[in-house]
Design a protein around this ligand. Structure first.
Ligand code: C2E
Ligand code: MG
Ligand code: MG
Length: 693
């Protein structure tokens, strides 16, 4: 048997308690831990077990000839003092660095107890190799050092996914300190938003490729869910074994928030917070597809606040904005959740009702909208009674695609606006032709001036005696790319209805004056211009001022300017109309009564009228040869006019016979296709040049 001091100790004990000692000896020798028996006096190794021999790499003899100081690379003083602590203070656990036979240094943890034998103390030490653990810690420390100040959150786990280290940014994002989560698994952050397969995929990619990245919803310390951008890497040792995982996270709540804000900008109306036209169109597209697949119907309610323009004009835009906001708020509050509400522009809203069963269901929603308006809108100091018109259109009956459905609902709304009763109208095919045309005119007219779609043609007025052009009448023309050429007979009444005649009329007047001025400057300075005006223009209190301002601006003598008005306008009792006409006349502007004979004024009244020109309506001229009564009316007008000293113009002269009849009966002037159709300015100019010869 190999020697060593322990032999004596054991021999001594064998004498007394042989079986027990034998058992202890065996236990010592075969123990799975590295064990040494040390004399604390001089540090000499008394005995070493099999595991110790294997660990240190010396034979038992050699090992038992060494002292503990030989093994340790720390200084002797430190070791001594630690052994003292074991002996007297019962502290039992220390870390040392031991050099083994091949020269390598191992980190060891030494746990010792003092055993008293024959009045002498021995240290019974169990040694654990902690080299790898130490390396681990060092590696983490190194990694941590590099990642400490990372602005992204960093977490390091061991290969069993137990959290070992986190940086400050991680604490900032999640609210957790290292102490709270050390050795726990990152499972504690799971939000429940991802299913098992999500994590399965994550792990298989991570183990397979060494990294994984993606967006993950996690939970912070306050149990709040937040989205993060997660990148995980596995860290391997030299033998390609995974030793750690590092995860880098960045909180993307703010990015998500920005994305949400962006979406809001694209899809939401900023004033009301409701969806906007763009969203509604997209939604309708997809809802139509769904309805088609399932064989269901859907309804669109197109709404427009009544007289909104008046609110805006009279109370200001901020009140107008508040009305729109309140209207939107009430819609949201009173309508079902399934209904999709959008403000599609100005004071126009659309409600989309998916999956409707019948008409009644839609009517119920429309009535809800009417009812929600029953209470006055209090806006600032104003208490406003607000109503709206609703046009309804049903898929698939009234349209198969988004464009058509919105357009037809709009047409139905237009019709609802015109009706004075309940202001709810379903789109009906039969309405289409008439309403559609008016609707399109109404809609497109709004931008007609801005888009320069309106222009003027001029029709010459001829002195029947000399056969020369003495003046022109300006006639408005409108050519729209969507609806083509529209006659003034159609668009002027609509412009009057929607008040656009004011701006259109201003443009026409200005244009006509400038054109006449340019002709005067070219030498045709005898020429007059007649401009048609609408009653709506004459009703504007300051209309005369506007006319005078333009004439002044253009430097045009008012005597060359003629306003064409109809009989009904002339006999209007409205103060503003009377005043405008008086002021215009006082300033030398001439007044012509257009389409004379079609109105209600009797011939006897003519003498009371302070007018300059009478234009006999073309319906009389047309039939002057065939219809006796018409002929007599024309003769009476001409006789009266001549005695009252009015100039008379025969309108719509198409034949030589008509012309001769008028001339023979002392009608001074004529206008009609016989002489010229209404022409563009350039063509008129050519005619004027010829006129001079
Ligand atoms: P109006 O003022 O009585 O104009 C005469 C209309 O008769 C013009 O139609 C002209 O083209 C047409 N006409 C002229 N000679 C003949 C002819 O020999 N035979 C036939 N069958 N027709 C002839 P237009 O241009 O379609 O204008 C229609 C009406 O629209 C005008 O009647 C006028 O009341 C209104 N209008 C036209 N331009 C304006 C405008 O600038 N402002 C306003 N407020 N109304 C306008
Ligand atoms: Mg006219
Ligand atoms: Mg006329």
């Amino acid at each position: 048997m190999e020697g060593g001091y322990s032999q004596d100790i054991l021999k001594e004990s064998e004498k007394n308690h042989k079986p027990r000692q034998y058992r202890y000896k065996k236990l010592f020798e075969e123990h799975s831990s590295i064990m040494l028996i040390v004399d604390p006096q001089n540090g000499s190794i008394i005995d070493a077990n099999k595991k110790a021999i294997r660990f240190y790499g010396y034979t038992k003899d050699k090992l038992c000839k060494k002292s503990i100081y030989d093994l340790n690379i720390s200084n002797k003083k430190e070791i001594k003092s630690k052994m003292k602590l074991v002996e007297y203070k019962n502290e039992s656990e220390f870390e040392f660095k031991h050099r083994i036979s091949n020269g390598k240094v191992k980190d060891v943890k030494v746990q010792s107890v003092t055993i008293d034998f024959n009045n002498k103390n021995y240290l019974y030490s169990v040694i654990s190799d902690i080299t790898e653990q130490k390396k681990d810690k060092n590696r983490i420390r190194l990694l941590a050092k590099a990642l400490e100040n990372n602005t992204e959150g960093v977490i390091i786990t061991d290969n069993d996914s137990r959290i070992k280290w986190i940086n400050q940014a991680f604490t900032d994002i999640t609210g957790y300190n290292l102490e709270e989560i050390e050795d726990k698994k990152p499972k504690i952050f799971q939000s429940g938003k991802h299913d098992k397969s999500f994590y399965r995929n994550m792990w298989s990619t991570l183990l397979d490729k060494g990294k994984w990245s993606g967006e993950v919803w996690n939970k912070n310390k306050k149990d709040e869910l937040y989205p993060e951008n997660l990148r995980i890497y596995s860290i391997k040792d030299d033998e390609d074994n995974i030793t750690h995982f590092t995860a880098i996270i960045s909180d993307i709540s703010s990015k998500k928030q920005r994305e949400k804000e962006m979406r809001n900008l694209i899809y939401r109306d900023t004033l009301t917070g409701l969806y906007n036209r763009f969203f509604m169109k997209n939604r309708l597209d997809s809802q139509i597809m769904i309805s088609k697949e399932r064989g269901k119907k859907l309804a669109i309610l197109y709404m427009d606040i009544d007289n909104f323009k008046r609110i805006n004009d009279n109370l200001g835009h901020s009140v107008g904005d508040e009305v729109i906001k309140e209207f939107g708020r009430r819609l949201k509050q009173h309508l079902d959740k399934e209904n999709i509400i959008a403000r599609i522009g100005g004071d126009e809203f659309i409600v989309l009702i998916p999956d409707i069963l019948n008409r009644e269901e839609v009517i119920r929603t429309a009535i809800k909208i009417k009812k929600m308006l029953k209470n006055l809108f209090s806006i600032g100091k104003n208490e406003l009674a607000i109503s709206c018109s609703i046009g309804i259109c049903i898929y698939p009956k009234d349209g198969q695609d988004t464009e058509t459905l919105i357009k037809n609902a709009d047409i139905a709304m237009y019709e609802a606006k015109r009706s004075n009763t309940n202001k709810i109208k379903f789109y009906k095919e039969c309405l289409q032709i008439y309403v559609k045309e008016n609707f399109l005119i109404d809609k497109n007219l709004k931008k007609a001036i801005e888009k320069e779609e309106i222009c003027l043609k001029y029709q010459p007025i001829i002195d029947l005696q000399s056969n020369k052009i003495v003046g022109v009448e300006s006639l408005a023309r409108w050519n729209n790319p969507n609806i083509g050429k529209v006659s003034p007979m159609k668009f002027i009444p609509i412009a009057e209805e929607n008040n656009q005649i004011i701006s259109i009329g201003k443009w026409i007047l200005t244009e006509a004056c400038y054109k006449l001025k340019s002709w005067h400057e070219k030498g045709f300075n005898y020429l007059t211009i007649a401009v048609n005006v609408s009653i709506k223009q004459l009703e504007k209190r300051n209309f005369y001022r506007f006319v005078l301002k333009i004439l002044n601006e253009v430097k045009l003598d008012p005597k060359y300017f003629i306003l064409e008005i109809t009989e009904t306008m002339y006999i209007s009792q409205k103060i503003s109309v009377i005043n405008n006409l008086k002021k215009l006349k006082d300033n030398g502007i001439k007044i012509a009564i257009d389409d004379f004979g079609t109105g209600y004024s009797s011939l006897s009244k003519l003498k009371d009228l302070e007018i300059d020109i009478l234009k006999i309506d073309k319906s009389f001229i047309e039939n002057v040869k065939k219809d006796k009564s018409k002929k007599e009316i024309v003769l009476a007008i001409l006789a009266m006019a001549s005695s009252l000293n009015f100039k008379v113009i025969g309108e719509g002269i198409e034949t030589q016979a008509q012309c001769e009849f008028l001339y023979d009966n002392k009608c001074g002037y004529g206008q009609g296709y016989l002489f010229s159709r209404p022409k563009g300015a350039d063509e008129i100019e050519k005619m004027l040049e010829y006129n001079l010869k």
